[in-house]
Write a protein that binds this ligand. Structure first.
Ligand code: GLN
Length: 446
């Protein structure tokens, strides 16, 4: 049924880069047989899943939507992909994205842009745009995405589905092609909050293969879905509802707060005073880390190698010039500059200090409140082509998601309305490792 749906919708949506049809059918038949034999059931038994193409999958092309990795066939699977398999989910294919997860519209895919299922003239968001569109179009039950500065939550908001960025360290990054290692986090994109709880249950947990993996107890996430939010204290940052936020988005968020009031929660305006510095801080830190992480793509170890180099340096230069797209090159240059001697203190180190201040903003609010609620993105989805020529405008779409990533705390986007037929997302942000409260509040609202 999943492949039939893909056949029907994919020409208009273009969510997938690679399909896994033969293997998926074999796996599904094996599960079917096990069911008939009365065998064990994994938590995600038989569910068709899509995986973002920066999560490595053994024997299944993993391109990061880059020409550089257009022939990269991994010899191992990411921990998160392995855990999906162990939970008996079936991998339907690999999903389109902005190249190396750099972008917010899917237009940076070096193959083709994915389109928003609600209106195919609009972007699905990014970088996990394929992950969001495939769920919204009913091609898969759920997908995995990655979120460095908003890449799960923003496309979930634009496509009218649920997207959860877990606390940094909760889900293993082993086998996630690194963009900015101190920010990257894998999480689920689903049709509803209960599904998000199940998928998180399957992929969360300590992994010795990831040095930043957190060794924390994993609760039963579905047990949190009680519908009861009485007495929850919600902080609403004034910085997330001010200038630059579409009035229709603001109205949808205010209506959601009324729903919480009616359910017995309380909310008050709060301040995250360093929000204004978040975008600059993020683009310095994320680009710095990216410039270092992407040094491994040299034309020797992975992916495509340029033809006829004059010597080794020329091989690097040609492979990288041909393999990387314009946004990736922009980030590498920005990051290399920020890390270079003489500029390190002024840019990289300064950004690290501001990151600490941003994290403290969240700590201060969480001293008094259980959750922070605001919009996921300042506007609904925009038209394909509308912002691609203007990177700074594109970067501003992440103003409400980036501070959360810098603080490392969990957040979910749930649908909270529409404007001109395009979905709006409500962002619910929690304390570190308190995914249960985030899911409880999201589920009660939904
Ligand atoms: N849009 C942001 C960027 O381009 C976030 C991307 C992400 O979370 N992977 O960096």
């Amino acid at each position: 049924a999943s492949y039939a749906r893909i056949k029907e919708t994919e020409p208009a949506i273009k969510a997938f880069l690679t399909l896994n049809e033969d293997n998926a059918r074999t796996e599904a038949h094996a599960l079917d047989k096990r069911l008939g034999d009365g065998g064990e059931h994994g938590l995600l038994f038989g569910l068709p899943a899509g995986i973002k193409d920066n999560i490595v999958t053994e024997g299944l092309l993993t391109t990061c939507a880059s020409q550089f990795l257009s022939n990269y066939n991994p010899i191992y699977s990411a921990t998160s992909a392995r855990k999906l398999k162990e939970a008996d989910a079936v991998t339907i294919g690999k999903l389109n994205m902005d190249e190396f997860a750099m972008g917010g519209s899917n237009e940076n895919s070096s193959f083709y842009p994915t389109r928003n299922p609600w209106n195919t003239e609009y972007v699905p968001g990014g970088s996990s745009g394929g992950s969001a569109a495939s769920v919204a179009a009913g091609q898969v039950y759920f997908s995995l995405g990655s979120d460095t500065g908003g890449s799960i939550r923003q496309p979930a908001a634009y496509c009218g589905i649920v997207g959860l960025k877990p606390t940094y360290g909760l889900v293993s990054r082993f086998g996630l092609v690194a963009f900015a290692s101190s920010l990257d986090q894998i999480g689920p994109l689903t049709k509803n909050v209960e599904d998000a709880a199940y998928v998180l249950q399957a992929i969360a947990g300590y992994d010795a293969s990831d040095s930043t993996s957190a060794n924390v107890e994993i609760p039963d996430y579905t047990a949190a879905l009680t519908g009861d939010v009485k007495g929850l204290r919600i902080g609403v940052p004034k910085e997330y509802l001010g200038a630059g936020i579409d009035p229709r988005v603001k109205e949808a968020v205010m209506n959601a707060l009324k729903v919480y009031e009616s359910l017995g929660a309380t909310w008050e305006e709060v301040s995250l005073p360093h929000t204004d510095y978040a975008i600059a801080t993020y683009y310095l830190l994320a680009s710095s880390e990216a410039s270092s992480n992407l040094a491994r793509f040299d034309g020797v170890r992975y992916g495509v190698r340029a033809d006829n180099p004059d010597n080794l340096i020329d091989l690097y230069r040609k492979s990288r010039s041909q393999g990387f797209g314009p946004e990736v090159k922009r980030r590498i240059m920005l990051g290399t500059y920020a890390l270079s001697s003489g500029y390190y203190d002024a840019y990289y180190l300064k950004a690290q200090k501001v990151r600490t201040l941003i994290k403290q903003d969240f700590d201060n609010v969480f001293n008094q409140y259980d959750l922070i609620i605001g919009p996921t993105a300042p506007t609904p989805a925009f038209r394909i082509g509308e912002q691609i020529g203007d990177p700074l405008t594109m970067y501003l779409n992440d103003i409400c998601t980036i501070p959360v990533s810098l603080a490392g705390v969990p957040a979910i986007s749930v649908p909270c309305g529409t404007a001109d037929g395009l979905p709006i997302g409500l962002q619910i942000i929690g304390k570190a490792f308190d995914e249960s409260t985030v899911l409880r509040a999201a589920h009660a609202f939904e």
